[in-house]
Write a protein that binds this ligand. Structure first.
Ligand code: ZN
Length: 89
């Protein structure tokens, strides 16, 4: 199976960010190159497969944007869940 390592790296990155921020990642924004070899559908398939193998990431949302130039696959943003403690309103 190809590009599985990409997702391991992405999930590893998310783990690091969760540790640094002490918050859960709720959503990840990715971008792919319009002229790259990865299609959005293919990417999402791999993503779903990667998170379904890991209960830690159940419910993680993903949004994929397409850029004309740039890296084939890039993490462009993260959304964190709100802290449950000290929350207002
Ligand atoms: Zn593939």
């Amino acid at each position: 199976m190809h590009d599985t390592h990409l997702f391991k790296n992405i999930l590893k990155y998310l783990e690091d960010q969760e540790r640094l921020s002490s918050r859960k990642v709720k959503k990840v924004h990715l971008s792919i190159s319009e002229f790259g070899s990865l299609s959005k559908e293919h990417l999402l398939e791999h993503f779903k497969e990667a998170i379904s193998n890991n209960s830690r990431w159940q419910g993680l949302e993903v949004e994929v944007g397409i850029i004309p130039f740039g890296s084939e696959l890039e993490i462009t943003g993260l959304e964190f869940a709100k802290r449950t403690k000290g929350r207002k309103k």
